[in-house]
Design a protein around this ligand. Structure first.
Ligand code: AMP
Length: 537
């Protein structure tokens, strides 16, 4: 027997409609590429998204077409998210930090019809335009006064386009499994792979991340997504903020510590999210300037392991709670978030800190397991580690326009490429990416664990550990560090710093000091490049 409840499909357009109706004057504040702050309410945003939807039709676009964006976090990008997906088209967010060849590859692979481009990226796209035969035209995301002279073919001005349209547009009611947006995972080897989200997966993910034991969003929060809208939909925040009626604060191109501190302080930001390298910049600025983080209460840190020293500094010096979270482009992105259970609230500080450094428990909707090389499930004892697999309604079932790849070989599960432990409470700890773990004398050494220790040394700004080949042990860990300004440290000092913190055979044998460590397009340590430079014996 079927239930008798209304059959209302989960559509992305409903999120903005809801905010426009019930949180009409709650603000979206954006730092613009042009310079000034822009602010308006959800009702204005929804009206402009409807105008934009009319403009998309006028450009000749139809449901099922892919429309690309190359843009920072800002109000026009929010309008595009809703206008494109709400019309039944697919919003393809493109990471401008990828190598040029990768950008060309993903635009052509996705078959983008039009591209919407922030002013910053016009020069980049000008160099690529002749390699993009399927792109019919470019819309520069600015007003007529700032419209640049450009060699982009069929270049239009965003504001001129939007202003010409009426704000009456009725969002089509879409099957909830219709594709809504597309993001390519920034694999460090091979071509990027497309993850095609649906309206259903996006709305369910938005509900899930809003829960108290995940991001804990509400109509009393001011949310600053530092994580870019071109990287897994800014961890779903442009959807979850309207769903909860939270104020949205967008940093635009200004992601340095000073700009973020000012925005957090001035706009009363209570919640933010980003990768550890971003918070490193903020903490450096705070230490130098003596400024504060105003009303900031919580930050979600993920994308790479958050060092325990960062969790402690934010808590003890600035009164900000870190929620350590884990996810991937393929998981929309949220898989786990770290909040204590009731029985863990009063743990002694050392145990509480050890727990907070893990990546947390799955949110309802995500199921996981760890398996050994033969695919057998491993125990949840916090010690046994193996390949982490996940499944759930917002987990990628197959890559876009691709054959089945090894990560989807076991039916109904996605193999993440991460190695993890799971404890009896379901908390995971990411040991490493499979390809980054150091295999020494038959044992596995976690590069993340060794990096977390090094970063706690006062002279160390950033640390990476890679494997180098070793005749006797197979591989041995090599530590590569960038130091704080004006600091000096010897290899012996750093090796001594490991004593008592890990087994002696895990201590890196040698240390390389560099000016800066290379990062990927999403802010992670670029281990492939480090291995190329420093991975030989
Ligand atoms: P991406 O798809 O670019 O978001 O990258 C996903 C990968 O980032 C995961 O498979 C992990 O290897 C890594 N990652 C994400 N969050 C964390 C975390 N909290 N700790 C350790 N690694 C993480």
């Amino acid at each position: 027997m079927r239930g008798l409840m209304m059959d209302v499909p989960l559509n992305v357009s409903a999120l903005l409609d809801f905010a426009a109706k019930y949180h009409a004057d709650t603000e979206i504040v954006s730092k613009t590429v042009e310079g000034p702050l822009h602010r308006y309410g959800y009702a204005d945003a929804a009206a402009r998204a409807r105008r934009l939807a009319n403009a998309l039709v006028r450009l000749g676009l139809a449901p099922g077409d892919v429309v690309g964006t190359v843009a920072w976090n800002g109000y026009r990008h929010v309008e595009l998210y809703y206008a494109i997906s709400g019309s039944g088209m697919i919003c393809h967010t493109i990471n401008p930090r990828l190598f040029a060849e990768q950008i060309v590859y993903i635009i052509n692979h996705a078959q983008d019809r039009w591209l919407f481009v922030d002013l910053t990226f016009v020069p980049l796209l000008e160099t690529l335009a002749d390699k993009l035969p399927g792109v019919k035209g470019f819309v520069v995301m600015t007003d007529a006064a700032h419209m640049p002279r450009t060699t982009l073919p069929n270049a239009l001005c965003y504001e001129t386009l939007v202003e010409a349209e009426r704000d009456a547009f009725v969002w089509p009611v879409l099957d909830e499994n219709t594709a809504s947006s597309l993001c390519y995972s920034s694999g460090t080897t091979g071509n990027p792979r497309g993850v095609l989200y649906s309206h259903r997966s996006t709305v369910l993910h938005s509900y899930a991340v809003s829960l108290i034991d995940v991001f804990g969003l509400s109509a009393r929060e001011a949310v600053l997504p530092v994580v870019p809208m071109f990287h897994v939909n800014a961890w779903g925040l442009p959807y979850a903020a309207p769903l909860t009626g939270a104020k949205l604060v967008m940093p635009g191109p200004n992601l340095d510590g000073a700009s973020l501190q000012a925005l957090i302080y001035d706009e009363g930001v209570t919640f933010s999210a980003g990768v550890p390298t971003v918070w490193m910049g903020v903490l450096n600025h705070l230490a130098q300037s003596g400024k504060s983080l105003g009303r900031l209460e919580r930050v979600v840190i993920g994308g790479s392991a958050c060092p325990p020293s960062m969790i402690e500094t934010l808590r003890d010096r600035y009164g900000v709670k870190v929620v350590h979270a884990w996810g991937m482009t393929e998981i929309s992105p949220l898989g786990t978030a770290n909040h204590p259970k009731r029985k863990q609230v009063d743990l002694p500080p050392a145990e509480r800190d050890a727990l907070a450094a893990r990546q947390g428990r799955p949110v309802f909707g995500v199921d996981m397991k760890i398996v050994d090389g033969a695919g057998n499930e491993l125990p949840w004892d916090g010690t046994a580690f193996g390949a982490l697999k996940v499944r759930g309604p917002w987990v990628c079932g197959r890559y876009f326009n691709s054959d089945v790849v090894p990560s989807h070989q076991e039916a109904g599960w996605f193999e993440t490429g991460d190695v993890a432990t799971i404890d009896a409470d379901g908390n995971i700890q990411i040991v490493d990416r499979v390809k980054d773990v150091i295999k020494s004398g038959g044992e596995w050494i976690s590069s993340i664990e060794l990096e977390n220790i090094a970063i706690a040394h006062p002279a160390v700004r950033e640390a990476a550990v890679i494997a180098r080949p070793d005749a006797k042990w197979g591989e041995r860990p090599r530590l590569i560090v960038a130091l704080e300004k004006g600091e000096a440290v010897t290899a012996a000092d750093l090796r001594a710093f490991y004593q008592g913190k890990v087994a002696s055979w895990c201590v890196p044998d040698d240390v390389v000091v560099v000016d800066d460590l290379p990062h990927t397009a999403t802010g992670k340590l670029l281990k492939s490049e480090l291995r190329r430079l420093y991975g030989s014996a």
